[in-house]
Ligand binder design. Sequence first.
Ligand SMILES: *Cc1c(COP(=O)(O)O)cnc(C)c1O
Length: 351
Amino acid sequence: MIPLTSDTETRPTEAMRAAIAAAKVGDEQRREDPTVNLLLERVAQLLGKEAALFLPTGTMCNLIAVKTHTRAGDMMLAEREAHVLRAEAGGAGLVSGVLTEPLLGGSHGDARIAGTFTATELGDALDRITAMPAPYAPPPTLLCVEQTHNFGGGSIWPRERLAAVCARARERGMAVHMDGARLLNAVVASEVPASDWCSHVDSAWIDFTKGLGAPIGAVLAGSREFINQALRYKYAFGGAMRQAGIAAAGCLHALDHHIARLADDHANATQLAAGIAALPGLRLVYGMPQTNIVFFEPAPGTISAAEMARRCLERGLRIGTIGGKIRAVTHLDVSRAQVDEALGIMADALG
Ligand SMILES: *Cc1c(COP(=O)(O)O)cnc(C)c1O
């Protein structure tokens, strides 16, 4: 089976398993796990932040970050297809009691910036939210940005656009949080260091279970004060662990061995997208990918996305559907040969 559903499908490599087996461990709740502590130092430095927190999942990073940055009744802004709004079971509302205002991100005709928005668009939204004077309007206190943007086809924020958006948010007294599940894909593709991207935001996290290929773990980073507050929620939400060095060792191995190779995934995604674009009956939703995510759809009046995915599955290719579109994601368990094979299967499935 060719696994193109998600880059979460990666399995730990033999070398990663060896690193995990050899991990020095301690009680993470007591902050005595040396492998976790080393990972936190490494990620804080990588992202250019003072401190960091080890958590089991990226979803918990977003959950805790929103809780730390807001109070119940505050308004959080995010692009309308953002993972924090679309794919986290309403956690932000459930746990933090925030109202959410979706921003129309956007393609606006330019597919390469799907999932991003401009400072003017943010300013207009804030004007709308605060049209009623205080104390009528809910206070907008948090902006979430996603890098890369998952449901925007792995798009990378244009650098000046992100800087301007974050500056505008600051002017309006808001904190900015980056969902950086795939930030390192953006780093490799853009050749802009992670610390540079993160210099615009108050908090950011990276996921180790996407293209980095580890089985468990995400790290949230920010100022020492932010992390000290977030620490309480890590315990409250049951995210404080014990011999978590077992998981952190996989993450450290990924930092050392799986970052530069993300470029291979991007090259494979480009190859895949070019092949899809050349197939009559399929079309790319966002044009050519910038990183490792390709969204495409059957041409109107042909088969449905679900039917296409079903036919591919029968032929040994697993792809996912999201809202009538098909998503294919490349990662370290997908070779160039498998990309070519996948294109053959798609052609066959179209009939
Ligand atoms: C996967 C993902 C998450 C959630 O991460 P988990 O580790 O699966 O909980 C959050 N945001 C984005 C953009 C993601 O792609």
